[in-house]
Design a protein around this ligand. Structure first.
Ligand code: KG4
Ligand code: ZN
Length: 359
């Protein structure tokens, strides 16, 4: 089954064709990331405008394998080679989501193909199914799945590729949001988690710094929930202390970046271990933009060694937003709809329960 997937929930515009949920035929992405750099964050109106310009070229690129040599038009290629069109319907920025949703509706109408609406956050974890297939590995169940992105930090219990149960999530800021806000606070602009990761690498771990941040929500009462909003204040307090002591320099900046990364990854790893203990998982899936973080990958792999259960992490190109995992999710878990029956849902819930699901 060939699925053409479209993703436009934040500042990326992406399209991909995936066969049977795991075989990548094409993967095309355009990002307005650089444009947002000078504003220090994503400007929703600018993102949506850029996406309106790039959506058709991106879809066209994803279908070149069928239209190459201009033997077939876009709609003819879909009619001949594609079985369904998957599209992210939420959660995300309304203007951005609408660009993808309306394009999918128009293409489905023109080609008489069904649409599969996709929840972006749940879809992130399916990047692991694509990667496992490429690596000739098999994901075993039950699995614990941690999705860490710019807007979400969520833990799931997965009993099969279709059977998901939400275990807990962030009560306020997501891990990625915390990385992004800290990056801005420390003067790294729109560089986000990557900037913190690179600065943290320059920290000399033999140097005693006196910099220490609280690890929020590790007590038993907050079982599998997260909270990262307090960290910003703690980081601000540390920078002010260092400045008032005349110790604010590159060394301090690297040390603080290191401690921020250690704090966020400590909490993510501890909660994941707690979920494994509670649910007797046989494998662990990591996904979402923050799963590109090398320290998180390393720490989780190290913490899992005594459990002797495998950790699945997608390659960095499949961690951040793309349409490959949208297609994969649609294949394993999506429901086909007519073009008239889909819409954009900016606040689409991610707290999945088997009997209650909006999409
Ligand atoms: O999944 P994603 O591409 O978009 C959303 O769905 O939100 O995630 C983007 C998030 C941003 O917060 C970004 O700073 C973070 O992923 N991120 C990282 C790294 N690469 C991307 N965070 C920490 N370390 C990284 N290497
Ligand atoms: Zn995402």
């Amino acid at each position: 089954m060939n699925i053409l997937a479209i993703e436009s929930s934040c500042d990326e515009t992406a399209a991909a064709v995936v066969t049977d949920g795991v075989r990548v035929v094409s993967n095309s992405i355009a990002s307005s990331h650089d444009m947002h750099e000078k504003y220090g964050g994503v400007v929703p109106e600018l993102a949506a405008r850029a996406q309106m310009e790039s959506i058709i070229p991106v879809i066209r690129q994803a279908l070149t394998v069928y239209t190459g040599g201009n033997t077939l038009s876009l709609t003819e290629a879909i009619r001949t080679h594609i079985d369904a069109i998957a599209v992210t319907v939420g959660p995300g920025l309304i203007g951005s989501l609408l660009v993808g949703v309306e394009s999918a509706r128009a293409l489905a109408y023109a080609t008489q193909k069904p649409i599969i609406p996709v929840n972006h956050v749940l879809a992130h974890m399916y990047a692991n199914f694509v990667h496992a297939y490429e690596q000739k590995q098999e994901i075993t169940f039950p699995a614990i799945s941690l999705v860490v992105s710019g807007g979400h930090t969520e833990l799931y219990h997965m009993r099969s590729p279709t059977d998901l149960l939400w275990l807990g999530g962030t009560l306020d800021d997501a891990a990625g949001e915390c990385f992004d806000k800290t990056a801005r606070l420390l003067g790294f602009g729109h560089g986000g988690g990557v900037a913190i990761q690179e600065a943290a690498k320059k920290h000399d771990s033999h140097r005693v710094t006196g910099i220490s941040l609280p690890r929020p929500m590790l007590d038993k009462n907050n079982a599998l929930n997260f909270s990262f909003s307090g960290l910003k204040t703690a980081i601000l307090r540390e920078t002010e202390r260092l400045k008032s002591e005349n110790n604010w320099n590159d060394t301090a900046l690297y040390a603080l970046s290191h401690e921020v990364q250690e704090t966020i990854t400590d909490v993510l790893v501890k909660k994941t271990l707690r979920a494994i203990d509670t649910h007797e998982a046989t494998s662990v899936l990591l996904s979402g933009g923050v799963s590109a973080n090398l320290r998180l990958r390393q720490k989780l792999a190290h913490a899992l060694a005594p459990y002797t259960i495998p950790l699945f992490v997608p390659p960095i190109s499949l961690c951040t937003d793309n349409a490959v995992y949208i297609a994969s999710y649609a294949y394993f878990r999506g429901k086909k709809r007519a073009w008239q029956d889909i819409d954009a849902y900016p606040s689409l819930p991610v707290e999945v329960e088997p009997t209650k699901e909006a999409i």
